[in-house]
Design a protein around this ligand. Structure first.
Ligand SMILES: [Zn+2]
Length: 505
């Protein structure tokens, strides 16, 4: 950052009245945080690259969290593993007292995402193995570096407050945050920051996406020979079909905002055996959590009706996942945006831009290269997908930020997105993201008025729809999820693990 700009900014703040109690200190602190992050740029990259190589699916982030635990403990944080009944849940803490400021993010990979970094042609590191084709590996470096920089300054200046870093398991399956919230993890937190890889520095506020509930419905019937004595059979697959048709009849009478999709996961064995077991797996969503819950309750009734019609029985719905829509706090978002303007985008090399264009061309996308200006619009429209971090945003005022570590036009959840999360482009984006996050954390720690305003907005925004858990009382996190896949692929993947012990200095 340019020193003249610093002076100018201090003067403006001093002249216009004083959200920041000590503006000169605030700017000096941010500059110092940026210096700390710059001198740890190699460590930031190392963390991201090591987590990329582990390529661990949700609930199996064992090596990734071990690396982060070691790094954070060496940096002075205390680290709890296994919270809320999830062995790979990492909850790190430093400091004491108020305010309590949390970073909430994730580090899981995706099935069949294995790809050789830098290869535009399809070339898995290990065929069929998982891989980071969304770039959650980059989140690890950004979150830890920002927290380390802020901790260093809080120590230096003896600032009161507590920093939390939460790496929640299995974001890709929408699993962990409802369990963390139910276990009370966020109840003392004053403000939270959610970070995610993106193709630019961006933030958003208001409802960002959809509420979702996912559950499996299992029907039990009675087998019989399909030709000799079908009247003795009760067909569980008939119940599955009638549940599907029954819900289709409801669609006309649902809010236009709803989404519902399903797959038949058990559909019988062969036609001449009446199926005694059938199963259908549903997702229902809507623009808010109460509406999603209402859709889900209607779905359960359709299932009960299908069982009654077919003389079969239906198990209680087997809960898989749920999420509230993410609610971005405008006060925090605007502060994040100011920090984005202060930090600015990375300076990309000619090689990085050329590679981005080559990748875009190979994927039939406009050859626009990499982001060179911040988005002009700061608000984002509500999307229809879901993220389990949504639950956090309804119990804590939450700011959201994306950082520029992926290539514009290259969509996530597809292997081309696994080509670049260890590139120099990704590394630069991570350093930039860490600076924005550190500056925003410093604002939260040192500016009571910011937290008060964020809380006021939060109270107003959640008044009409107070948080309730979408988890059934008996729901437990599926801790064995993805274990078989990781057991299958980890030995081959281990050949590419980096032997590093990242340490901040
Ligand atoms: Zn993600």
């Amino acid at each position: 950052m340019n020193y003249a700009v610093v002076l100018c900014r201090v003067a403006t703040i001093a002249a216009t009245g004083l959200l920041l109690a000590q503006p000169a200190f605030a700017d000096e602190r941010k500059d110092e945080a940026f210096r700390i992050i710059d001198r740890n740029a190699d460590t930031v990259a190392q963390i991201g690259d090591a987590v990329y190589a582990y390529a661990e699916l949700g609930m199996q982030e064992v090596k990734s969290t071990q690396l982060l635990k070691d790094t954070l403990e060496a940096a002075g944080f205390s680290v709890e593993m296994g919270g809320a009944g999830m062995p790979t849940n990492l909850w790190a803490k430093w400091g004491s007292g108020k305010p309590v400021i949390a970073i909430s993010t994730e580090i899981d990979a995706l099935p069949e995402g294995s790809q050789t970094p830098g290869s535009i042609a399809r070339k898995p590191v290990v065929p069929g193995a998982p891989g980071h084709m969304e770039g959650h590996n980059t989140h690890a470096g950004v979150a830890t570096a920002a927290a380390f920089a802020v901790k260093t300054i809080m120590e230096r200046d003896k600032l009161p407050g507590t920093l939390i870093i939460s790496f929640g398991p299995a974001e890709e399956q929408l699993i962990s945050r409802p369990f963390l919230v139910r276990a009370g993890y966020f109840k003392d937190v004053d403000a939270a920051f959610i970070l995610h890889i993106g193709d630019n520095l961006s933030t958003g506020y208001g409802l960002q996406n959809y509420a979702a509930i996912s559950a499996k419905f299992t029907f039990h019937g009675k087998t019989a020979h399909g030709a000799n004595n079908p009247w003795d059979g009760r067909d569980a697959v008939d119940a599955v079909e009638l549940m599907d048709i029954g819900f289709d009849k409801l669609r006309e009478h649902m809010r236009p905002t709803y989404r519902a999709h399903r797959t038949i996961t058990m559909g019988g064995i062969q036609p001449n055996i009446i199926a005694d077991l059938g199963q259908i797996w549903w997702y229902v969503r809507d623009a808010n959590a109460p509406a999603a819950k209402e859709n889900f309750d209607r779905l359960v009734n359709v299932g009960k009706g299908a069982a009654m019609m077919t003389g079969t029985t239906m198990d209680p719905p087997e809960f898989v996942a749920s999420a509230w829509p993410q609610l971005g706090n405008k006060v925090l978002s605007e502060q994040i945006r100011k920090n984005m303007e202060m930090v600015g985008l990375p300076t990309w090399s000619a090689e990085e831009v050329a590679f981005a264009k080559e990748l875009q061309k190979a994927n039939n996308k406009p050859e626009v290269g990499l982001a060179t200006a911040l988005p002009t619009v700061t608000a984002r429209p509500q999307g229809t997908a879901s993220n389990d971090n949504g639950d956090v945003t309804w119990v804590v005022p939450t700011g959201m930020m994306n950082f520029p570590s992926s290539v514009p036009g290259i969509g996530y959840h597809a292997w081309p997105a696994a080509i670049t999360p260890t590139s120099t482009m990704a590394h630069k984006g991570m350093v930039t993201g860490a600076k924005v996050l550190a500056a925003s954390l410093l604002d939260a720690v040192t500016t009571p008025a910011l937290l008060q305003n964020a809380r006021k907005e939060f109270t107003e925004a959640t008044k009409e729809s107070p948080y309730f858990t979408l988890l059934p009382a008996e729901a437990k996190p599926p801790v064995d999820m993805n274990k078989a896949t990781m057991d299958q692929f980890a030995p081959a993947l281990s050949k590419t693990y980096l032997s590093v012990s990242p340490r901040f200095k």
